[in-house]
Design a protein. Structure first.
Length: 144
């Protein structure tokens, strides 16, 4: 069942670690500015990834990467940074069980952007799932 090439296993692991991230972050930002906490977290990520790349022999010469690839990696990095700053601020002032589902509206937004920019077409089943995600987010976020 577990295979290094099974995307679903990796996606579940991503969700698991994202859940831990929210809980650890909510506790960790109690006594520190959320932007500064984001900087600390980013520094840790850089160290971990650098070690991972080094020990697995995956280093590549950055000068050989194409301009288009650089452009989109830079844009992705900027979007990630903005997302993290917003996410940590929301966690600082909101309840984790409300903040995280709203953050996961990114799933629906990805589908919309993938439709517009990549020409990806979700089927009826996928569209139903996206509607359920939206309904669930609204139900959780609008709870009084």
């Amino acid at each position: 069942m577990f295979s290094l090439s099974n995307w679903f296993i990796w996606a579940l692991l991503s969700a698991f670690f994202a859940a831990l991230t929210a809980i650890f972050a909510k506790v960790g930002i109690q006594n520190v500015d959320s932007d500064f906490a984001t900087l600390i977290r980013t520094g840790i990520i850089i160290v971990i990834l650098a070690a991972f790349i080094y020990f697995t022999g995956k280093w590549q010469n950055p000068l050989l990467i194409g301009k288009r690839t650089w452009l989109f990696l830079i844009l992705s990095g900027l979007a990630t940074g903005a997302s993290w700053v917003c996410y940590f601020r929301a966690l600082k002032i909101g309840e984790a069980f409300k903040v995280v589902p709203v953050d996961k509206m990114s799933v629906v937004m990805v589908a919309i952007f993938a439709f517009i920019f990549l020409g990806e077409r979700p089927g009826l089943r996928e569209a139903g799932g996206l509607l359920l995600i939206t309904a669930g987010v609204l139900l959780l976020a609008l709870r009084r």
